[in-house]
Design a protein around this ligand. Structure first.
Ligand SMILES: Cc1cc2nc3c(=O)[nH]c(=O)nc-3n(C[C@H](O)[C@H](O)[C@H](O)COP(=O)(O)O)c2cc1C
Length: 209
């Protein structure tokens, strides 16, 4: 099926049936998330891939007990970095140099650009910037989940303080940002499974100049 057909098939699934997402499909979705572009390319977030049923039950209250959490196969928690360390910037620069076979010194201008961009932001602006990068990756994951015919629900209906506490994110310098739950729809229980997709008309959404 074409990508657009798959995007019309997908919907934010409210009820899932507990069926597991096969490892290969999961890896393809994770790889799409890995391949998402980010501003300056540092991918300033971590994605927790939660499969363990006990842990899913433990985080559910922080996600207002939305049923997809325990009925889904995997819960992906996108957690933005709260800060960039000099070590992180250097790690990134060294990684580019090694993958592209170029001297680290040739990237000194880029290193300065990155540290300048970071130091010019308040901690709040930095976190906000990082969170926005996580949403791009969320989008990539949603599209490839649809291509894999895996149901996926993007979720920001949760209490980030509570979720961070259960997952110990604060100590790791992370802030939960958005969730992507993967699984398979329970068409009988889900009132939205047969509902028409609601979108603004293209003539309203796009201004063609
Ligand atoms: C960032 C984001 C957060 C969302 N949070 C939730 C959520 O917490 N729970 C939920 O059931 N749906 C959630 N949704 C689903 C939206 O309500 C849904 O995507 C939207 O109504 C469009 O419908 P569709 O995705 O089924 O086409 C969220 C969607 C996005 C993109």
């Amino acid at each position: 099926m074409s990508t657009l057909t798959n995007l019309k098939w997908r919907y934010a699934t409210k009820r899932m049936n507990g069926q597991k997402v096969p490892a290969e499909k999961l890896e393809n979705i994770l790889e799409a998330i890995q391949l998402a572009p980010t501003s300056i390319g540092m991918q300033p977030f971590t994605v927790l891939v939660i499969e363990d049923a006990e842990l899913k039950a433990k985080i559910a209250p922080a996600i207002y007990n939305q049923p997809q959490i325990t009925e889904g196969s995997h819960v992906l928690v996108f957690a933005a970095w709260k800060e960039y360390s000099v070590e992180n910037v250097d790690k990134y620069i060294n990684h580019i140099a090694s993958l592209r076979g170029i001297p680290v010194e040739s990237l000194s201008g880029m290193r300065d650009m990155i540290t300048g961009a970071i130091s010019g932001k308040t901690p709040e602006q930095l976190l906000n910037w990082n969170m926005r990068q996580a949403y791009i990756a969320l989008g990539f994951g949603l599209v490839v989940a649809a291509e894999e015919q895996v149901d996926a629900t993007p979720m920001e209906g949760f209490d980030p303080d509570a979720l961070d506490a259960v997952l110990g994110l604060q100590e790791k310098g992370l802030r939960s940002t958005v969730i992507l739950t993967l699984g398979y729809r329970d068409a009988e229980q889900d009132y939205l499974s047969a509902a028409a997709k609601v979108r603004r008309d293209k003539s309203e959404l796009f201004v063609r100049l």
